[in-house]
Design a protein around this ligand. Structure first.
Ligand code: ADP
Length: 326
C-alpha cells in the first residue's frame, strides 16, 4: 500500500466563511493520524511559487471562529496552463507532498482534477463556496453564513422599505446558481426572488408586483441574483420604475458583505466534519473525490461528477416563496 506521509492543504477561489475551520480540521486530523501537513498560501499561485510552510496543531489555534482564510486565496490564471501545473507538481515533489487537499469551489476542483490526471497525484476536494453550487453535497462551507448575512441585511432594509413605502431591489451573489437568492428570500419574507433557473425576469417582476397581486401592500423587497439579468438589480429597478412608477424604487447591492463574517455554528460543524473526513478518505486510499454531505451523512463524490453535474434547485422552495409572498 502506498502510504501518504505528507499532505498539502490550500484554499482557493472565492473565500468563504468556514474555510479556516476546514484548514484547522484537515491539519489536526492529519497530525493525529501520523501525517505531516504543509500549508500552501494563496491557492494554486502559492503551489506554483512554492509558498509552503509546515503546520503544527498550534498553527491552527484560534481560527475556527474567523471568516476569510488564514492561508489567503487567489485566482491563478497560470494554473490553467500546462506549464503552470508542471511548476505546481514540481513544488509538490520538492516539498515531498504526497496528497493535496483543496478547499474551494468548482474552479478549484477543475484545476485539481487536471493536476491529478496529468501527474497521477492524489487530490481530495472539500467544498467551500457561498454559492452552494456544487453537485453531490447538500451544502457547501460558507453558504449558511452568507445566507444569514443576507437575511440580516434584508431585515434592516425592510424597516426602511415599509416606513417609506418603497420597493427595494437587492442584488445577491451566486454565480450561476440561485440557492442564496431563493433561500434568503424565503428566510427574509421577501416578495420575490429572481434567479437564473427560473423564467425571464420580466415575467417574475410582473408576478411579484403587477397583476394586482400586491395591491394591498405598498412596499416590497425583491432579491435579484446577480446574473439573472444583464445589469443585475439596477436593470430590474429600471424595469419596475417604467412599469410601476407609483413605487419609489431603491437598489442595494450587497456585494462582498456576503462573503465575510464569523462562520455560523452550522458552517463550523460542516467544515470540521468535511475536513476530518478528507483526511480519513486519504487513509481509506480514496483519490479524486469531493467529500460531500448528503442527508446528514458524509458522502464520497467523484470530483468529475461534482464539477460536471448541475445541482437542481427543485421546485418546492420556489412554490413556497410564491405561496407566502401574496
Ligand atoms: P472557485 O474554486 O471558487 O470556483 P475559481 O473559479 O476562481 O473559484 O477557481 C479558482 C482557481 O482554480 C483559479 O484561479 C484557477 O487557478 C483554478 N482553475 C479554475 N478553473 C480552472 C481550469 N479550467 N483549469 C485549471 N485550473 C482552473
Amino acid at each position: 500500500m502506498y502510504q501518504i506521509k505528507t499532505i498539502g492543504v490550500l484554499t482557493s477561489g472565492g473565500d468563504a466563511p468556514g474555510m479556516n475551520a476546514a484548514v484547522r480540521a484537515v491539519t489536526r486530523a492529519a497530525i493525529v493520524n501520523g501525517m505531516r501537513v504543509k500549508a500552501i498560501y494563496r491557492g494554486y499561485k502559492g503551489l506554483i511559487d512554492g509558498e509552503v510552510e509546515e503546520f503544527t496543531t498550534q498553527d491552527v489555534s484560534g481560527i475556527i471562529q474567523r471568516g476569510g482564510t488564514i492561508l489567503k486565496s487567489a485566482r491563478c490564471e497560470e494554473f490553467k496552463t500546462e506549464e503552470g501545473r508542471k511548476k505546481a507538481y514540481d513544488t509538490m515533489q520538492r516539498e515531498q507532498i504526497d496528497a493535496l487537499i483543496v478547499i474551494g469551489g468548482d474552479g478549484t476542483f477543475t484545476g485539481a482534477r487536471l493536476l491529478a490526471q496529468e501527474y497521477n497525484v492524489t487530490v481530495i476536494g472539500v467544498p467551500a463556496t457561498i454559492d452552494n453550487d456544487l453537485w453531490g453535497t447538500d451544502s457547501t462551507i460558507g453558504y449558511d453564513t452568507a445566507l444569514n448575512t443576507i437575511m440580516d441585511c434584508v431585515d434592516k432594509l425592510r424597516d426602511t422599505g415599509t416606513s417609506h413605502e418603497r420597493v427595494f431591489v437587492v442584488e445577491v451573489m451566486g454565480r450561476d446558481a440561485g440557492f442564496l437568492t431563493l433561500n434568503a428570500a424565503i428566510a427574509s419574507g421577501a416578495e420575490a426572488a429572481m434567479i437564473p433557473e427560473r423564467k425571464t425576469v420580466e415575467e417574475q417582476i410582473e408576478e411579484a408586483i403587477g397583476q394586482g397581486r400586491r395591491k394591498h401592500k405598498n412596499s416590497a423587497i425583491l432579491l435579484v441574483q446577480e446574473h439573472s439579468i444583464e445589469g443585475g438589480a439596477q436593470a430590474v429597478a429600471n424595469i419596475i420604475e417604467k412599469s410601476h412608477p407609483e413605487y419609489g424604487t431603491r437598489v442595494t447591492i450587497l456585494g462582498h458583505l456576503q462573503r465575510g463574517g464569523t462562520p455560523t455554528a452550522s458552517d463550523r460543524i460542516l467544515a470540521s466534519r468535511l475536513g476530518c473526513h478528507a483526511v480519513l478518505a486519504l487513509l481509506d486510499e480514496q483519490r479524486s473525490i469531493m467529500i460531500g454531505m448528503q442527508n446528514g451523512n458524509i458522502a464520497y463524490v467523484p470530483l468529475t461528477q461534482s464539477i460536471k453535474q448541475k445541482k437542481d434547485i427543485g421546485t418546492d422552495r420556489w412554490n413556497a416563496l410564491h405561496m407566502l409572498s401574496i
